[in-house]
Every structure is written in C-alpha cells, then in structure tokens.
Write a protein that binds this ligand. Structure first.
Ligand SMILES: [Zn+2]
Length: 243
C-alpha cells in the first residue's frame, strides 16, 4: 500500500481501501484526485503533512485528506498511505421524534461525535440518558436497562468496551474524573444511544403515525369524517405504559 506524489506531477495510490466516505452526501466509493501540492514545492519546503483534495463522484463536493509525509526522494515524495480525513460526515438521527429535552442534548452529542470530540460526546450522551430517564420514569428505566443489555448481546460487544458504555448511560456517580474515551468506545456508545432512543421513542412514534394514517384512509373509505393526520406525531413518554 503506497501513496506518492511523483516528480512528473502525478498522485499515485496503490493498494489500500481505495474508497472514501463523502462528508457531504455520505456516498462511499472511489473518488477523483483534483488537487495536491507541486512536487518542486514539496521538495523545497519538506512539510510534515500534505493536503490532497478529492472530488466525490456522487455530489461533486470536494473531500479533503491529510497525509503524513514519509520520505522525500529525487523522483517522488512518499506519503503515509493511510490519510487522515479532515471532515467527517454529520451523524444523523430522527430528532423530531424525541421529546425536546432529550432531542436538544442528543443533537449536541451528535455534533461532538461528528467533530471527533470523544470526551464531549460522552458527556452529552450522559446528559441525554439522564433526560431520557427523567422522561420515562422508573418503569421506562428498567426497560432501557434491558434494551442496553440486548444491544451488547446482539452486537457481540466485548465486556471491556461495553463497561465504558454502561458507565456513561447508567452511572449515577457522574462528576468524578472521567476516564479517557477513544474513538472505538465512542462509536459503540453512539450506536447504543441510537438504538436506545429508537426503541424508546422513534419506533413507537412511527408505528402510531403509520396506524393513524391507515385509520384515516380506512375511515375515509367507510365515509367516516376525521381530521387529516399530522406528521410526525408528538409522543408521550413511556411512563404512561404498564411496566
Ligand atoms: Zn458526495
């Protein structure tokens, strides 16, 4: 696997994944290299990092990569073949289905994740979980405990990684010095939070919305007058459910 900028003005990548995720449209695929520094400039200045611009074939947006320079030869500049992605695609979630206090905190959590701020992301997930527990009450909290256990089992996630996730979601002893969270733990935490919020709020809201639309058309066919359903339906918390 190599990446080089040659003396005759070419950028060459051999081996490696060859695909990049577009931070603008989320498409994953091969991209065209559109810009990189001139070989003569690199030889003269010998920078530690080299910026390369690709173009997404799906949406034509520029995609920026940062390579570490490895060696400056007479005929080429060798780069570390694994580039650092400069922009990350924004994490998306159907926030409109969440109660406002939960949505406000999870929106910030997603922004922290997209920017690679793992500690801030963990802190906002803790706040999101706390807002959710306040919303759902004790019965809902027990249900979320089961949901999270299910995520570990379904995802086949190891205990060490998942202990960090549980600590964020359930640890009441917040405020202590936090351990360091890395990208891998943050990714598991993100998927756990998404599943938890989907199961707690989104799934039910979508189901109710779908049923409401079905009922509207069934009533219309039967000649029963009913107001048109709105989308999405505002939902009530889990605490109105039997445990
Ligand atoms: Zn794109």
């Amino acid at each position: 696997m190599t990446a080089t900028i040659t003396a005759d003005g070419r950028f060459e990548r051999i081996g490696g994944p060859g695909t990049t995720e577009c931070p603008t449209c989320g498409a994953i695929g091969p991209m065209t290299v559109t810009a990189f520094p001139a070989f003569s400039t690199l030889k003269a200045e010998r920078p530690a990092q080299v910026g390369v611009v690709l173009q997404c074939s799906a949406c034509k947006a520029p995609v920026f990569l940062r390579y570490r320079a490895r060696a400056f030869r007479d005929d080429r500049v060798e780069l570390n073949p694994l580039p650092q992605v400069v922009e990350h695609p924004p994490e998306r979630f159907s926030l409109s289905y969440l109660p406002p206090p939960v949505a406000a905190r999870f929106r910030e959590a997603l922004a922290c994740f997209s920017s690679g701020f793992w500690q801030a992301f963990a802190a906002m997930c803790r706040q999101t979980a706390r807002a959710t527990f306040e919303e759902v009450g004790d019965a809902g909290r027990m249900r979320i405990f089961d949901l999270v256990a299910e995520v570990q089992e379904l995802g086949d996630i190891d205990d060490a990684t998942f202990a960090a996730v549980r600590r964020i979601i359930f640890d009441p002893d917040a405020g202590r010095q936090e351990p360091e969270y890395d990208r891998r733990q943050a990714a598991v935490l993100l998927e756990t939070m998404k599943d938890l919020l989907t199961q707690t709020y989104v799934r039910r809201a979508k189901l109710r919305q779908a049923l409401k639309v079905r009922r509207f058309f069934a009533n219309q066919a039967a000649g029963i007058d009913e107001d048109e359903p709105e989308a999405p339906v505002r939902i009530s918390p889990l605490k109105d459910r039997p445990a």
